[in-house]
Design a protein around this ligand. Structure first.
Ligand code: 5AD
Ligand code: SF4
Length: 478
């Protein structure tokens, strides 16, 4: 049996919410870890949501600060980090499959360090499974202590013991983490961490801890610095951005105040995700309608159109509340593009509950949605609910829902034919060397012919054709 340094997660402790205020601490790498990655290479595999993508940019920042450089492929790597997602069983199964696949690299290179972080290690059962089945994993760390990865690497490199360091309490907000961003034109900006909603199906409040908002001055400074570096777009991130600031005790400062302040900065595009309908305030709608650089694309997860299911999900709003909110948003921002998240096959969902969801989708004129089959997560209340809907029925509902969603997707694209849209160019379109692709203000994927020198800039494209998933157009020279 290998030696281990233990600090395992406890879902019960993760459920607790204390009144203690969070402190802000500036990050510094311990001197002893400063050069441990020199001449070493890493690979980072990221799963899951934008929050994880943002965390991965920090992991890259930490690794490159201590000397690591990116490996061209896994055979060249001295370190492979998996930043994982726990939201549904299939997300986790992908990671377990990957751990199995990586075994051969450890065999070929016994010093190779495999580290697993992110949401999965916050679950007791996952840590037990890794300890039992995947001896090739050397470091297990969680969401609350990713900034300590350099120390964990230092420990493994010096004594070859396994490190298991997962905290169940969130601790402080760590500022000034080094970051290596993937894009040079659009950036993620965390505005808050954690979630206090406890939707009955969701593991996030356990894996990401208590809701903690970053202080506005840090966020504004970060966005200003991105502007100075030439960024055109920021996406503000939080599990529920609409409850931003509710944890501030010394002053009142809400998400609408933050957006108002950020919209005054010279940045072309501000987006945010994700919103909880119950906290989407009238003040917020007013600010969104007024400021040109707040993008007219809102992701507003509804989850279900049945009051019975919404209650069982602990969503804290009714179908009527949601419809009311959507009415208000359309009234204030008539051309807004609304998208959503929906779960089908929640325990107790009948055909008539499902039909209510379909009716709500049609009412709301969604132009896209992430749709899921309910996946029971151990430790969440819904995993204990009596679930009588067969998997076959759940899949049928998913397909039927997707048909309706896809019609909305196509309709949302068709409305832009013959219009000239501003497109932030991401890069070359997949598979076509001379075709560029990017996103419009309404977050529509646009393909058009143009020179690669346009990548990272905002250009005008006249839309000539709409497909279900994308728009095609012609570059307009100004
Ligand atoms: N099963 C299926 N979907 C889930 N989601 C969250 N938890 C589960 C689960 N247990 C979906 C919700 C959420 C999105 C990020 O993932 O729709 O909005
Ligand atoms: Fe999960 Fe609900 Fe929090 Fe979203 S708001 S992260 S669905 S608990």
């Amino acid at each position: 049996m290998q030696n281990c340094d233990y600090n395992k997660p406890q879902m019960n402790a993760a459920r607790k919410r204390t009144k203690t205020t969070t402190s802000v601490v500036d990050f510094a790498i311990p001197k002893s870890a400063m050069e441990i990655g020199i001449d070493k290479k890493y690979i980072l595999l990221t799963y899951g949501c934008q929050g994880n993508e943002s965390d991965s940019e920090k992991i890259r920042g930490l690794l490159e600060t201590i000397g690591f450089s990116l490996a061209s492929d896994e055979t060249m790597a001295d370190l492979i980090v998996l930043n994982t997602c726990a939201i549904r069983a299939n997300a986790e199964n992908k990671v377990f499959g990957e751990l199995g696949r990586l075994k051969k690299y450890v065999k070929a290179k016994p010093d190779l360090i495999i580290a697993i972080g992110g949401c999965m290690p916050q679950e007791e059962i996952v840590v037990e499974k890794i300890l039992k089945t995947y001896p090739q994993v050397k470091i297990i760390f969680g969401t609350h202590n990713l900034y300590q990865l350099p120390q964990f690497l230092e420990r493994v490199m010096s004594n070859h013991n396994r490190v298991i360091e997962v905290l169940s309490e969130e601790g402080n907000i760590i500022e000034k983490l080094p970051t290596v961003r993937t894009s040079r034109s659009k950036a993620w900006v965390d505005i808050m961490y954690g979630c206090d909603e406890f939707c009955t199906y969701c593991i996030v409040p356990y894996t990401r801890g208590k809701e903690r908002s970053r202080k506005p001055e840090y966020i504004i400074k970060e966005v200003q610095s991105l502007i100075d570096q030439g960024y055109h777009e920021v996406t503000l991130l939080g599990q529920n951005v609409n409850s931003y600031g509710l944890d501030f005790t010394e002053y009142r400062y809400r998400f609408s105040d933050l957006l108002q302040a950020l919209s005054q900065l010279p940045i072309e595009r501000i987006r945010f995700t994700t919103s909880h309908p119950k906290d989407f305030s009238t003040d917020l709608i007013t600010v969104l309608a007024k400021q040109k650089n707040l993008m007219p694309a809102i992701h507003l997860p509804v989850q279900s159109g049945s009051d019975k299911i919404l209650k069982a999900m602990n969503r804290k709003y009714t179908k009527a509340d949601y419809m009311d909110l959507v009415d208000k948003i359309y009234q204030a921002i008539p051309d807004v593009s609304l998208t959503t998240d929906i779960i089908v096959g929640f325990p107790g969902e009948t055909e008539s509950d499902f039909l209510e969801t379909i009716a709500l989708v049609e009412y709301c004129r969604f132009e896209g949605a992430y749709t899921f089959v309910f996946s029971p997560r151990v430790g969440t209340p819904a995993a204990q609910f009596n679930d009588t809907v067969s998997i076959d029925e759940k899949m049928q509902r998913l397909y039927r829902l997707n048909d309706v969603i896809n019609q909305g997707f196509a309709r949302g694209n068709h409305r832009f034919v013959n219009q000239t849209l501003k497109v932030l160019v991401d890069g070359r379109s997949k598979g076509k060397a001379d075709v560029l692709s990017g996103y419009s203000e309404h977050n529509k994927l646009v393909n058009f012919r143009g020179s690669k020198t346009l990548i990272g800039t905002i250009v005008n494209v006249k839309i000539t054709d709409a497909k279900t998933w994308s728009l095609a157009g012609k570059l307009i020279n100004e």
